[in-house]
Design a protein around this ligand. Structure first.
Ligand SMILES: Nc1nc2c(ncn2[C@@H]2O[C@H](COP(=O)(O)OP(=O)(O)OP(=O)(O)O)[C@@H](O)[C@H]2O)c(=O)[nH]1
Length: 445
């Protein structure tokens, strides 16, 4: 009996009728290994030489491929870093309604065109009536927002959310398009719905952000309407919202103070850098307005908390109207990309490796269970385990193997939904099942 504990992870266990002539057995082995729905690479198995004639049924164990050699993995690492260097940076543009997201994207688009670096643009706002730029992928081509409202009897926000949910079901295809174009664009820009919470707090927003960030370098540009943020309370609310998005996405974050042609953003930078300057502004605000005392003490304590948050941010001032500040913004995007590569990506890889290790551990435990099952068989039949797709391991007769050859699915019920014929036998004490040929199995539950 081969030592299965050393043979790697078991992907599938399937039984084989060994009472068949050898040529048929060989065909069955080939079929089993090459089975369409099995995700095995370079399978390893019990060789036919190990099959004894007195063994009537055998579970074939298909194991995963041997570990890659160092040389191969080094080559792969080199080529993957070359591919990573060619990847575009995705910029998810988020902001309150009217903050100027669309105008910002229009200006960024023309700025990048002027540098001969045309971006790839995705519009995720199904309710926008007019786009001042040409989007490569537009949610409105896939989902008719007003039709969604009518058919699902929804209001405007529910309609936008449902349209985005419907679009997200196709996002793997969107990613496919983006990845195909990755070599010819340096930036991928995403415009999001004006109702900020629809994107930032919905499942579809999280799916879009996570799937994008797991394939390509991604950052968030949070657009702020600067003229409307000059009061300490509105500034604080905006920062708290930015903070919540940062902690939800954990992606590199750029605060973009827009409309600086109307109000320069220096006051905001000062408040972020100098805690006392913000306290002074609060003090002045307290004197000039009749805001209740609890509001001021709340703002005070929140500003203390946000002081830590500001350290993780880069902030730039732009005017989507005049085009000022866009070079600064692109520099901030380059920094954000480095942050993605140095912090976010390793963390993502660590989580992936953890998940892979956990699933390898689960497979090891399955192998141990198989070994236990083998011991239970008392050496008469070599029983490794029950196939996971069926509750009863003894319920596959030789006739079903013929069925398998015709239909490619060993463990299916017939067309009328009747269970496959059972091999007659009896239950023995201790959870053992004995078939008519004296073969012993772990009893079905
Ligand atoms: N003065 C000035 N106005 C701006 C600037 N950017 C945008 N605006 C104006 O702000 C208003 C809102 O701009 P939009 O680009 O539609 O804002 P939005 O965030 O996409 O809006 P929604 O999609 O409805 O959330 C428009 O009237 C713009 O002309 C800017 O830099 N300066």
């Amino acid at each position: 009996m081969p030592d299965f504990t050393k043979s790697g992870s078991i992907i599938l266990v399937q039984r084989l009728d060994l009472a068949r002539p050898k040529h048929l057995r060989q065909r069955l082995v080939k079929r089993t290994i090459g089975g369409g729905d099995r995700t095995c690479v370079g399978p390893d198995m019990i060789s036919l030489d190990q099959v004894k004639d007195d063994v009537r049924l055998l579970y074939i164990v298909i194991t995963s491929a041997a570990p890659l050699r160092n040389e191969t993995s080094m080559n792969e690492a080199t080529s993957s870093s070359a591919v990573a260097a060619q990847q575009p940076t995705c910029i998810i543009v988020i902001g309150m309604a009217g903050s100027g997201k669309t105008t910002f994207l229009q200006r960024l688009n023309s700025h990048l065109h002027s540098q001969s670096k045309p971006p790839y643009i995705l519009n995720l706002d199904p309710a926008v009536s007019h786009l001042p730029f040409k989007a490569n992928i537009d949610i409105r081509d896939t989902v008719d927002y007003s039709e969604v409202m009518k058919q699902y009897n929804l209001g405007p926000n529910g309609g936008i959310l449902t349209a985005l949910n419907l679009f997200t079901t196709k996002f793997d295809q969107v990613l496919g398009f983006v990845e195909k174009r990755a070599g010819s664009h340096k930036h991928v820009l995403l415009d999001t719905p004006g109702q900020i919470e629809i994107f930032t707090w919905s499942a579809s927003g999280a799916i879009i952000t996570d799937s994008l960030a797991s394939s390509l370098p991604t950052c968030v540009a949070y657009i702020i309407d600067t003229p409307r943020t000059t009061a300490p309370a509105t500034f604080m609310s905006n920062m708290l919202y930015a903070c919540s998005i940062l902690y939800k996405t954990r992606l590199p974050f750029i605060l973009v103070f827009n409309k600086t042609d109307v109000t320069p953003h220096h006051f905001a930078l000062e408040w972020m850098r100098d805690f006392e300057a913000f306290q002074d502004a609060l003090q002045q605000n307290r004197q000039s307005t009749d805001e209740p005392g609890f509001m001021n003490s709340l703002l005070n304590s929140m500003s203390l908390m946000l002081d830590e948050f500001y350290k993780h941010l880069r902030a730039v001032g732009v005017s989507a109207m005049t085009g000022a500040g866009f070079d600064d913004f692109l520099r901030a995007v380059d920094e954000a990309r480095k942050e993605y590569e140095n912090d976010y990506k390793p963390e993502l890889d660590r989580l992936r490796a953890e998940k892979a290790a956990q699933s390898a551990k689960n497979k090891d435990e399955q192998i141990q269970r198989l070994v236990q099952d083998m011991k239970l068989s008392g050496g008469q039949n070599e029983v490794l385990s029950r196939p996971s797709v069926r509750a009863d391991p003894a319920a596959v007769g030789p006739d079903e193997l013929d069925q398998d050859e015709d239909e490619g699915e060993l463990l299916e019920r017939d067309d009328e939904g009747a269970p496959p014929p059972r091999i007659p036998g009896r239950r023995l004490p201790g959870g053992i099942y004995e078939d008519d040929n004296g073969g012993r199995w772990p009893a079905p539950r």
